[in-house]
Design a protein around this ligand. Structure first.
Ligand SMILES: N[C@@H](CCC(=O)N[C@@H](CS)C(=O)NCC(=O)O)C(=O)O
Length: 225
């Protein structure tokens, strides 16, 4: 089985299934295809039916889309409990993951994942206030119920889905309650996350389109990002 993914520093979607594979000790090969350099788009298009990564390749099966990859892994390895073992918790974990997949667009646009960077105060809080409020409620409710340190007690796929968001809180110094801060800490403490982080820091590539200066310049010029 092989996971094709992009820059560890910038590719939030890549991080999610990679954390699941590593944390649950599923053997896999890695193929990193950077989001920069000559012909990078063509390189991804040649590997992915959607033109996006991550993509999981298992024999002749090619699975794009983060959520579909995680579901495939959960199907393949039911004893690993990639989703919570309790049916009701599983429903909540899937709902939280679907919300992450489809939502938090303001935050994702204004505060792109950039793990190694530190840009406190650079993101307009007005632009992301609704998303931050929702995160506080969602994380707060789940952590209250589970007792932490992860959303459902022990690490599961829903935590992998929210891990990139935890890095955005750190990178941009976004305001977070003590509960949310403790959750961010727990994500950073996960050995699989530490491994990803250590490699992200070493990466040589700069993807200008994911850097806050570029995004804010584009927004000022009225191009969005
Ligand atoms: N819906 C996809 C999103 C994947 C995605 O947007 N991946 C980015 C990297 S983080 C990508 O491949 N970008 C290349 C491009 O848009 O050309 C998923 O859930 O996996």
């Amino acid at each position: 089985m092989k996971l094709i993914f992009a820059n560890r520093n910038y590719s939030s979607w890549s991080m999610r299934p990679w954390l699941v594979l590593r944390h649950f000790e599923i053997p896999f090969e890695e193929e990193l295809t950077p989001l920069s350099g000559e012909h990078w788009k063509e390189a991804i298009q040649a590997r992915s039916p959607t033109g996006k990564v991550p993509v999981l390749v298992d024999g002749d099966l090619v699975v794009p889309e983060t959520i579909a990859i995680i579901e495939y892994l959960a199907d393949l390895f039911p004893r690993k409990h990639i989703w919570p073992s309790d049916r009701r918790q599983r429903a909540q974990a899937r709902a939280a993951s679907a919300e992450m997949h489809a939502g938090f667009t303001a935050l994702r646009k204004a505060a792109p994942m950039n793990i190694r960077a530190s840009h406190p105060g650079r993101v307009s809080l007005d632009a992301v206030a609704d998303d931050l409020r929702r995160i506080e409620t969602l994380w707060g409710d789940l952590l209250d119920r589970s007792g932490g340190p992860y959303l459902f007690g022990i690490f599961c796929a829903a935590d992998a889905m929210y891990a990139p968001l935890a890095t955005r809180i750190r990178t941009y110094g976004l305001p977070a309650s003590d509960t949310a801060e403790a959750y961010v800490e727990a994500i950073y403490a996960l050995p699989a996350f530490q491994e990803w982080l250590a490699e992200a820091i070493k990466e040589p590539w700069i993807v200008e389109a994911d850097e806050i200066d570029y995004i804010q310049r584009q927004a000022r010029a009225g191009n969005g990002a």
